[in-house]
Design a protein around this ligand. Structure first.
Ligand code: AKB
Length: 313
């Protein structure tokens, strides 16, 4: 089926792989990548690209009209660790970009929206193990507050204006094609790079800090599945819990040691420890399984194999 798609924030960790996957599915010319700066050569050469500021409504509207865009994936955001350093910039980027897209949909200029939420919507008073879909949510980070507010606004625009917005709460994402930036879960990507380069890694989170994580292939599959799902099957228009695996830094180190026996891990927790401590350890994603058949395919061992094989090439 032919459709015209715009990805905002296409050069980031998720955006890069999402753009490639959607181009594969719908054809290169149907998927317009955009970002505030240019991305990798492979992304730039694989199809149309527009320089675009996610906070600039008029510029987004121009691109939407020019390419007759139907669906927007809004992947631009400031993540948890950077947002603690620049609270107002994070709030402005994370909220204004969302309002721009929700308002375009409200005005019927686009028909469908994907917007990512995060495990950061939960806070220190949320049950930590198998965190339910509906539970106490008191996020204590700037990023978490922006994501929780975003979820409320998505649900509001769906109920009030019929905006077809779809969302998942991503856990920490592990990928080898593009580095993450500014997140608390970034250690789970850095560790593989350092294991191959130096055979050692100093982790900025403490031993025992168990967090929900996911390999990027699963995250991309989840994103495309929820966008493909029949609108009527989606009972949740704030954001779906999404899970795959949960581990602490010492467990990822042990799985790397199975392949690189002399790998050494040390720990120097910094300000990101407090952020991680406020988040769940594991996630109950049964609503996503019930409503749109979500099922992860990658566990830690499979992830480690993929990461080391691809980064080692
Ligand atoms: C972060 O660490 O900020 C992100 C997230 C969990 O949303 N990866």
């Amino acid at each position: 089926m032919q459709k015209s798609i715009l990805i905002i924030g296409a050069c980031g960790q998720i955006g890069t792989e999402l753009t490639m996957a959607l181009r594969e599915k719908y054809g290169a010319d149907s998927v317009i990548a955009s970002d505030i700066r240019e991305g990798s050569d492979s992304l730039m050469q694989s199809g149309p690209f527009e320089l675009l500021d996610a906070t600039d409504y008029a510029a987004i509207e121009d691109v939407v009209m020019h390419y007759e865009i139907e669906e927007v994936y809004l992947m631009a955001a400031m993540l948890s660790a950077t947002a603690e350093k620049f609270p107002m910039r994070a709030w402005n980027l994370n909220m204004n970009s969302l309002f721009n897209i929700l308002n375009l949909a409200k005005e019927k200029k686009i028909t469908k929206v994907f917007w990512p939420s995060s495990i950061a919507v939960f806070g220190p008073n949320t049950p930590k193990e198998q965190t339910p879909q509906n539970t106490l949510m008191e996020p204590s980070t700037v990023y978490g507050i922006s994501k929780q507010s975003g979820e409320r606004w998505c649900e509001y625009y769906f109920n009030k204006f019929g905006v077809d917005v779809r969302s998942v709460r991503y856990p920490g994402l592990i990928s080898w094609k593009t580095l993450p930036g500014g997140g608390t879960t970034d250690y789970a990507v850095e560790i593989y790079h350092k294991a191959l380069e130096d055979k050692k890694y100093t982790c900025f989170l403490a031993e025992g800090t168990k967090l929900p994580m996911m390999f990027m292939d699963d995250a991309i599959r989840a994103t495309i599945s929820i966008m493909d799902a029949d609108s009527d099957t989606l009972k949740i228009r704030s954001s779906y819990n999404l899970g795959a695996m949960s581990f602490g830094p010492e467990e990822i180190a042990a799985s790397i040691k199975n392949h690189i026996p002399d790998f050494e891990m040390s720990y120097e927790p910094d300000f990101r420890q407090a952020i991680a401590d406020s988040w769940p350890s594991s996630i109950d994603d049964s609503k996503a399984s019930e409503d749109w058949n979500w099922k992860p395919e990658f566990d830690l061992e499979k992830t480690t194999k993929e990461m080391l094989a691809n980064l080692g090439k």
